[in-house]
Write a protein that binds this ligand. Sequence first.
Ligand code: MN
Length: 218
Amino acid sequence: MGLALYRRTRDSGRTPEPGVSESRTGVRGRKSHPAPLFVIQEHHATRLHFDFRLEEDGVLKSWALTKGPMMERGVRRLAIEVEDHPLEYEKFHGFIPKGEYGGGKVLIRDHGTFENIMATKSQPLTVSESIEAGHVEIHLKGKRLKGAFALIRLDKAAGSEPSWLFLKMKKKPEISLLERAQCFAAKKGSSETAPSRSPSRSKVAARKKTAAAQKRSA
Ligand code: MN
């Protein structure tokens, strides 16, 4: 998508929002780093909404939610895909003057980093590829939002903004993504010399038992 629409809809002389230089519009191919950012902004525009943004390809991929995303497992929220925002927007809060695009107060409700769960699947996808495919899964590490969330596209009608469902995933991963990746790498390495053994559930259960026992004795 790039930042052309963001720039076109804003008058840099009138809004305190971060500007975009010519060279930054439509930036592509920036390597994703291990701790990309996410932010949720409460935006008191004509209609109150919550902007959910994920760092990818040097921009913030953005969705507008009609209700706050602070929610329980299994709860779903409608999320409308909106224009990419510049990375600097992650820190933006303040007043956009009345009459300007998105005029009203902007507050940061949560921010942090995330892991792309789709990158750990047997057919790994980047966040951009996941958006294109209409199925994004991320592990959020915010102050309020923690855990696995998904964005599922409902439609991609021409001429209108695609609508998505934003939901907190029901299943809690047994072990962290990093641990799982290391486990997978170890398994791959050992499979040439020894018969492969799946990461046993009993090991995880044993670890949990030990932790529980330690808690009890503490
Ligand atoms: Mn907004």
